[in-house]
Structures are given as structure tokens and as C-alpha cells.
Design a binder for this molecule. Structure first.
Ligand SMILES: [Zn+2]
Length: 349
């Protein structure tokens, strides 16, 4: 491992260690039992999925376009806009934490602009994207969708102060001569997830939908509204942009990356429909007798295998971790195709 790679690996370890539950688990595995022989084998990550190496402090900051920048710890992403009146920050993932201000300071001193964060825009209410908000104090103006405020009010997490400014469907934020358009187009990943469009920077930020060049996280990114999340990329593509900030992993995306992701989801849907039509439930119910849940579990596992195998084969080497999470995503999409769309319902004769 080169020293740069090793640094980036260590920094990633540190970032992961900051993620609550997952990290406790991974940390335990790392500390106690991990060895190359006991870990499961997965396909190599395609180089196209990896972004720039993080620095010794565990972050990378880069320009999106003009005075719009993005920051990553290789797992999470935030963005910020420098203006003559201060900095507008978009999300504050706790894994990046204090590195957010370090990244901003680095750019602000290089560009000779103020480094004080005056505004934070919330993409959606989830703690993994907002949990460093409180680091920026009480004087920052926080902006979020009405639903974000409602959810945060019920969640009562001191690390995520409520938005001071809210909107229902759209809001144009104007700070220091800059403009950012915020819009809510219905539920998708969460009920409150918004589209953040930078009309003067040719960029769109939409978090937790497409993680450029990676398959979605476990179980279709834990998306609460599956049909809404499947539809979201079309809404995103209706905006003019060249740069896509997806909130996760080490790189930002392009329109081609969005098309590729849409094709991946389309392929899962097509194969799930085939599985619903072609996998015969009879042997499972015959085998498990009165244990209905065992029969259902094994029948559905067979459907998921049937649906995901060709998709994994097609996307290995194209989308990172296709072999890791395609099956769990196929299960979630299968349930939505079956329950929301009514495909494959078996009507008793
Ligand atoms: Zn989320």
C-alpha cells in the first residue's frame, strides 16, 4: 500500500469510526476478529468509483464550479458556497465534523473571502447528514423544508437545531450576491428530502438517491418511499446541471452517472417482475408445511436471487459494490412492485 493510500485508508477508518452504530460494529470486527481470511470476499471496487485521496486530517475539499465547493471523508459529502458576506454550508455530516470548518478555512484563506458560516441548508432531517450542525453555533441561519422542521422537532436531537427559515415547496436563498434554489417535489428517500439547485454553478445536490458510481446502500438506501425514490432521478434530470452532489462516497457525479444509476434501477425492476412471474412457490410451501413464514422466507429469497443475479453480473466492475448490496435492494424493490404496483398478485381460483 502506498503511503497516500495508507493515509487515505486510515482516514477512512477514522471516518467510519465516527459513524455511530455501524462503526461500533466495524470497530469491534476490526479490533477483534478481522483478518484477511475471515472477511468475506467481494469484487474489487472499479477505479471509476473512487474519488481523490483524503488528506492527513481525513478530508478532501474540491471546487465544483466557481465559488461552490464540496467536501468528503470518502463516505459522506457536504458542499459550501463562499460569498462576500460569509459561507453557506449544505449539510453537516458528523463524520466530517470539525473538518467542515477546516475545509472552509483552507478555501477561504486561499481565495481571500470570509470563512464564517452564516447559513446552513438542510437536505433532509437524517442525523448522518446534519449531526454536525450544532458545531456552528446559534447565530447561523438554518434553512429547511417544513417537514424537516417537524421531524427534527419530534426527534429532539441537540446536534440538529431546528431550521429558522422553512418553506413548503420552493425557496430562493440569496446571500452575498449568490442564488440557490431549494425545492420540495414530494417524498422520496424521506418525506422531506429536497432538491438544491445552483443555477449559476451548473450543479444539483440531491442527497441519498444516487451515490455516483456506487450501488445504493443496504435495502435501496433505506428509502422510505420506494416509488417516490425511483421517480426522483427523472425530477433531478429535469433541472439543468453538469455536476451532481449525492451526499455520499468519494466523488461527485455527472449526468451520465445519473443515467447509469437509472438503468441499474430499471434493470432491477425488470428482473423483479420476471422473478414474480417465474419463480414457482409450490416447492417451498410443500417443503415447509405449516410453517408459512419459512416457506415465504425461502420463496422470497429464491425470487431475490433470481432477480439480482443477472443485475450483479451486468454491473460488476461498473457500479461499486454491486455484489454487496444489489440483493437487499432487489428485495425492497420486489416488495414495492408487488405491494405498490400489484404485480404478481396470485388470485385464488
Ligand atoms: Zn438519509
Amino acid at each position: 500500500m502506498s503511503s497516500t493510500n495508507r493515509r487515505s485508508f486510515l482516514a477512512r477508518g477514522a471516518a467510519l469510526a465516527a459513524v455511530p452504530t455501524v462503526a461500533a460494529l466495524a470497530g469491534g470486527v476490526f479490533a477483534d476478529r478481522a483478518s484477511a481470511d475471515t472477511l468475506p470476499n467481494y469484487a474489487p471496487i472499479p477505479p471509476s468509483a473512487l474519488g481523490p485521496a483524503v488528506n492527513s486530517q481525513g478530508f478532501y475539499v474540491g471546487r465544483v464550479e466557481k465559488n461552490l465547493y464540496w467536501v468528503t471523508d470518502a463516505t459522506y459529502q457536504a458542499a459550501f458556497l463562499t460569498t462576500r458576506e460569509g459561507v453557506v454550508l449544505f449539510d453537516a455530516p458528523p463524520t466530517i465534523g470539525h473538518n467542515l470548518q477546516r475545509a472552509i478555512d483552507q478555501i477561504a484563506s486561499a481565495e481571500g473571502v470570509p470563512s464564517t458560516v452564516t447559513h446552513i441548508v438542510y437536505s433532509h432531517h437524517h442525523a448522518d447528514h446534519l449531526g454536525a450542525s450544532s458545531l456552528f453555533g446559534k447565530d447561523v441561519v438554518r434553512i429547511g423544508q417544513t417537514g424537516t422542521k417537524k421531524l427534527l422537532a419530534s426527534e429532539k436531537d441537540p446536534t440538529r437545531p431546528l431550521p429558522d427559515v422553512t418553506f413548503d415547496t420552493s425557496y430562493s436563498l440569496r446571500v452575498g450576491g449568490e442564488r440557490v434554489d431549494l425545492a420540495w417535489h414530494g417524498t422520496n428517500h424521506t418525506p422531506d428530502n429536497i432538491y438544491i439547485h445552483f443555477p449559476d454553478h451548473d450543479a444539483l445536490m440531491l442527497v441519498d438517491i444516487n451515490l455516483p458510481r456506487w450501488v445504493p446502500f443496504d435495502s435501496f438506501n433505506l428509502n422510505e418511499d420506494v416509488p417516490g425514490s425511483i421517480a426522483a432521478p427523472d425530477t433531478a434530470m429535469a433541472y439543468p446541471w453538469k455536476h451532481f452532489i449525492g451526499g455520499h462516497m468519494g466523488r461527485i457525479g455527472t449526468r451520465d452517472d445519473m443515467v447509469l444509476y437509472q438503468q441499474y434501477v430499471t434493470d432491477i425492476i425488470a428482473n423483479v417482475k420476471k422473478a414474480l412471474a417465474n419463480v414457482d412457490p409450490t416447492p417451498f410451501f410443500a417443503k415447509y408445511g405449516d410453517n408459512e413464514w419459512a416457506a415465504v422466507k425461502e420463496y422470497q429469497a429464491a425470487q431475490v436471487d433470481y432477480a439480482s443475479a443477472p443485475v450483479i453480473k451486468k454491473y460488476l466492475g461498473v457500479l461499486a459494490a454491486a455484489d454487496v448490496y444489489t440483493a437487499s435492494t432487489a428485495f425492497v424493490i420486489l416488495e414495492s412492485v408487488r405491494l405498490d404496483l400489484g404485480v404478481g398478485s396470485q388470485v385464488h381460483a
